[in-house]
Design a binder for this molecule. Structure first.
Ligand code: NDP
Length: 254
């Protein structure tokens, strides 16, 4: 079920930007897409600003995931645009990965990555929760879905404890793995906590994708990954609550 109103973090490049582009190309695109980025006025934001200029439903919102004041200001801005309507989907997509290993990971790196990839999604979700609840209330008869109300935390296979023996040696990225394992736990907790409010909470692995983060040798183009993600969002239901699914809709053990 397609969402009417969606907010995606980290939309100036990579998976976030492609999500905005492809959502706009859907037969029934969302009425409003809140596309957040850290610096709307930066030249790096040109493509997103162009999309917003051509599509009145795209609203660019400034949001720095590690800054609670910025999150609150983004919430106020979105509230104005929602004008009383609910927000069907929140996608916590913004994230960082550093090249840390067992030998090189240090306190600053561990905390910085955790702050962006875990604390950010926690605070962002709490800020936008009233709007997700509102969307669920607007659709009382609907089953859990993105057409009703959903929180999607973009995670990774590298956060899976069970899969670590297969993935550790080529990609140690210690701080990233630990942060995404924590994001998976956060997702499960949010799922438990928000089920009563009618909000579906799911972690999503987008595949290994050719972005700045994934690098040029990744298996998937951003176009392929996002095409898959959009199909998966459309099909998510109660059975996906509190679990990790990939861009093809398969359940990933964590
Ligand atoms: P990119 O590096 O291409 O883009 C990351 C986005 O996150 C940018 O828009 C960036 O903004 C934003 N961002 C980073 N830190 C912050 C912050 N503190 N506040 C606000 N925005 C921030 O990465 P991808 O598009 O590849 O990754 C998107 C998500 O997908 C991430 O959560 C990542 O972990 C996950 N993922 C990606 C995979 C891949 O292979 N690419 C594989 C598995 C998961 P800015 O330009 O300002 O830095």
């Amino acid at each position: 079920m397609a969402p009417q109103r969606i907010l995606i973090t980290g939309c100036n490049r990579g998976i976030g930007l492609e999500l905005v582009c492809q959502l706009l190309q859907q037969p029934s695109p969302p009425v409003q897409i809140f596309a957040t980025c850290r610096d709307p006025d930066s030249p790096q934001n040109q493509k997103l600003n162009d999309l917003a200029a051509q599509n009145p439903g795209v609203v660019v919102i400034k949001l720095e995931a590690t800054n609670s004041q910025s999150i609150q200001e983004a919430r106020k801005e979105v509230e104005k645009h929602l004008n009383g309507a609910g927000l069907n989907v929140l996608v916590n997509n913004a994230g960082i990965m550093t090249g840390s290993s067992l030998e090189s990971a240090n306190a600053d790196d561990m905390l910085n990555v955790y702050n962006t990839n875990v604390v950010g999604p926690l605070l962002i979700t709490r800020a936008f929760l009233p709007f997700l609840k509102k969307a669920a209330e607007e659709n009382p008869g609907k089953p859990l879905s993105c057409g009703k109300s959903a929180l999607i935390n973009v995670s990774t296979l590298l956060g899976s404890i069970e899969k670590t023996p297969e993935t550790f040696t080529p990609y140690p990225v210690l701080s990233y793995r630990c942060s995404k394992a924590a994001l998976n736990m956060l997702t499960r907790c949010q799922s438990e906590g928000y089920k009563k409010d009618g909000i579906l909470c799911t972690a999503l692995h987008p595949g290994w994708v050719q972005t700045d983060l994934g690098g040029p040798h990744a298996h998937l183009t951003v176009d392929q990954s996002v095409k898959g993600i959009i199909k998966v969002l459309d099909k998510l239901s109660e059975k996906h609550a509190g679990i990790l699914v990939n861009w093809e809709g398969d359940i990933v053990p964590w």
